[in-house]
Design a protein around this ligand. Sequence first.
Ligand SMILES: [Zn+2]
Length: 307
Amino acid sequence: MKKGHDNLYSMRQLNHRGNMIAKKRRLEMALLLLATILIILIITISQHIKKAQDAKAYQEQLVQYQAEQARLEQERIAEEERKRKEKIPQVTEQAVQDFESIYHSDTKRAFLTFDDGPSPITPNILDTLKEKNVKATFFMLGSSVKNFPETVKRVYDEGHYIANHGYSHVYSKIYTSPQTVLDEYNQTNEAIKEAIGEPEFNSHLFRFPGGLAGGKYAEIKKQAKDLLIQNQIYAIDWNCLSGDAETSTPTSDYLMSRLQATSQGKNSLIILMHDAQAKKVTADTLPQIIDYLAGQGYEFKTFYDIF
Ligand SMILES: [Zn+2]
């Protein structure tokens, strides 16, 4: 009986232990499940936090990028504005001083100037200037500006100086009075402004058709020069020439010999040439003219170096 009791006891004991183990297992399972849930929860939360942080960082980067883009755009606009203004000639005290001593220079310098254009030969001249990396000054006729506005724009865009040679080039018309000279200047300036799309443009630089002094209209010219100065417009002739207007059919050799003869012993050259349609020889000889002057040690200038 005792043995039976003992057996029962150990059975109970065993049962109890078995229950304990099962309980413990359930507890372990529950803990494991809890731990798993916790881990998943932590991972999910941290992923959410990371996503939120990433989104915030992205947002910040986007704002920074947009601010940087806006700043660059403003800089670009300011730079364009600076370049635009730089191409509009300005009359300063220094400019007037420099202009008055235009024929004097310590170093050798050459201003290539072309009158009576633009015309169909002007693009050839521009091609040569571009190839030789030389800038020049073009004294344009208002009537020709009206006929070749694209060429005028090209001259301007390629950094050459656009100056004014009146509108008609008809002496009896332009030299009717000092006022008609000013009127032709203004009429031509309007045509230039329209062609280049620059409403503030004023070259402040005029070349009298037929020259500044002498001739039948000497007195009108003299008075016109004063009237122009009152309007901050400065008149310039030349002290050197290619002779391309001296005969009806000059040759390249003739142009070169006239250039050599008239540039002799001068440091500061204002060289008269023409880009009217009939002056094909000037366009053809230009590479030689530039090479000759460069070989003589001249540095090329435009009136942007003055105004
Ligand atoms: Zn002329």
